[in-house]
Ligand binder design. Structure first.
Ligand SMILES: [Zn+2]
Length: 81
């Protein structure tokens, strides 16, 4: 299994709607975890103390970084594919 390209990770992501053209703003976070005490499905052990880095917010569909409210309200161009 390729850890970062697991197809199951996409199951909760809403599908882009080309009629509504709404961005899906997301923030990525990296936490330090001890694999001997934490299971990937148990987010309760992800504490602020273990937060190492964040990226975004950015749109999951068009991959543009959030800059201001005007951009947030502009129509999303959707994914490239
Ligand atoms: Zn977008």
């Amino acid at each position: 299994m390729d850890f970062f390209d697991d197809d199951d990770q996409d199951e909760k992501m809403p599908v882009y709607d080309p009629i509504r053209r709404e961005h899906l703003w997301v923030l990525l976070a990296a936490f330090r975890v001890d694999p001997t005490v934490v299971h990937p499905d148990n987010a309760q052990l992800l504490t602020n103390e273990d937060l190492l880095n964040t990226a975004g917010p950015g749109c999951y569909y068009c991959e543009i970084e959030w800059r201001d409210q005007a951009l947030a309200m502009a129509p999303c161009t959707g994914p490239d594919d």
